[in-house]
Design a binder for this molecule. Sequence first.
Ligand SMILES: NC(=O)C1=CN([C@@H]2O[C@H](COP(=O)(O)OP(=O)(O)OC[C@H]3O[C@@H](n4cnc5c(N)ncnc54)[C@H](O)[C@@H]3O)[C@@H](O)[C@H]2O)[C@H](O)CC1
Ligand SMILES: [K+]
Length: 484
Amino acid sequence: MVGSMKMEDVYIWDLNAKWLGITPFQLMENAGSGVARIIEERFGKGLKVAVFCGTGNNGGDGFVTARHLSFENDVTVFLIGDETKIRSEEAKLNWSILKNLEFVKIKILKDSSQVKKLSLEEFDVIVDALLGAGTRGEPREPIRSAIEKINEYHGKAKIVSIDLPSGYPSKVRVKCDFAVTFQWDKEEYRDFDRVIVKIGYPRELYHLIGPAHVKFAFKRKGEHKGQNGKILIIGGSENYYGAPYLAGKASSYLVDLVYLLTPERVARRIDDPNLIVREVPGDNLRGEHIELALELSERVDAVVIGPGIGTKEETKEFVLEFIKKVEKPMVIDADGLKIIAEDLDALKNRKFVLTPHAGEFKLLFGVKPGGSLVEKSKLVKEKAEEINGVILLKGAYDIVSDGKVWLYNKTGNRGMTTGGTGDVLAGVVGSFLALGNEPLRAASAGAFLTGFSGDLVYEEKGEAFTALDVANKIPLALKRILEL
Ligand SMILES: NC(=O)C1=CN([C@@H]2O[C@H](COP(=O)(O)OP(=O)(O)OC[C@H]3O[C@@H](n4cnc5c(N)ncnc54)[C@H](O)[C@@H]3O)[C@@H](O)[C@H]2O)[C@H](O)CC1
Ligand SMILES: [K+]
């Protein structure tokens, strides 16, 4: 069991499950049949059952439960609300199926006066499918009266809530004997007895990075200029100018302001109006440029350090000093990784994502990742825990870990081995940091979005494409993901 889950995780798994092709119809069928099975296991058959349904998908689960219990039990469905309010396709389908059955009694109660008049003496079991995860605020009428009506029979009939006691977490909630909840034990659902049933999610969903990670990471802090993330890219040297440019280009699609700190000869080669280039004299960044770099870092939300920065002695001093002093979350990539490999202590109390490929991983940790996905993820998790930060190990499947959980990303293709896609990735991960995400989310979303952009380029061009193609495909990739 992977500990307790946050609701946000559940929404992410839901969305990624859909991306895998698992439909809400399957989930609702499995949910409702799971509840029916638990009821029959616990209370037998030949029961008089009342199923109280709302007009959301919690109610939809109730429709399915009623169908599964019908005929062998005497089932009455109470729809609390107007049937035209049933809105999801899956709930509508299950409602119409129910209405076609002869052996299910249906009562539609639209207002609370009708509900208050109800007597439920005859029922052995009352199923509460009024409200579930979609509850917003205190229960409103007529649902409220239905909750109060059910509670009149607490201790007389068996009361089984679907997913959670309706009304929860407000104090007006169903006093159920237990709730049947789905697939994982949400930490928000703690103070009631519950039975967990699986409803079709593959367990590996906990480890799969999907489009939902990008959707949640691409939150826009505010709609005003400059509130949507500012990033500083530090890189370039006498023999590399493309790397910092690619990282900056990728970032320019995701955040509002992109600063680029680079030696003058690199700066002269970059004439992209989206990038605010700050140059230092000479061929390489070195110790005397620390102050400028730190001063610039104060203006941004996140930093990417390493693309094309080179490994001259003078540059090593600059990189290590900067990493120790910077106050912002950062991505350390490429030559930056080679430099800190000599002094991992520089990472103490820092907030960072390392983005090594297998060779850089070996340089950092003395062991080359190999074997199965699980073996590699175990190694990445172990090293991430050791350095107390996030590692994104690039590969056919990228592996991301913060030392507590591990995730893998399947997007991307063979064409991505072209030089520079690592720089694009570093810029994308840095941008998600700049948008306010924790390192694990930033790395996960960055891996998915970069690979997905590469997949869109592959669809268009086959394997012969450049890293700049990948960077320029980010807007379309993001659009596709946000539409899912
Ligand atoms: N992925 C899963 O885990 C699955 C969940 N299923 C079930 O779906 C519900 C969540 O369904 P949703 O439609 O989002 O919301 P609800 O049915 O819980 O409620 C929405 C419904 O109720 C009205 N409403 C909201 N707040 C209130 C209120 N305070 N008072 C009165 N009415 C309220 C709102 O207008 C809607 O009409 C989840 O709990 C599971 O049971 C899937 O079926 C299986 C997979
Ligand atoms: K419920």
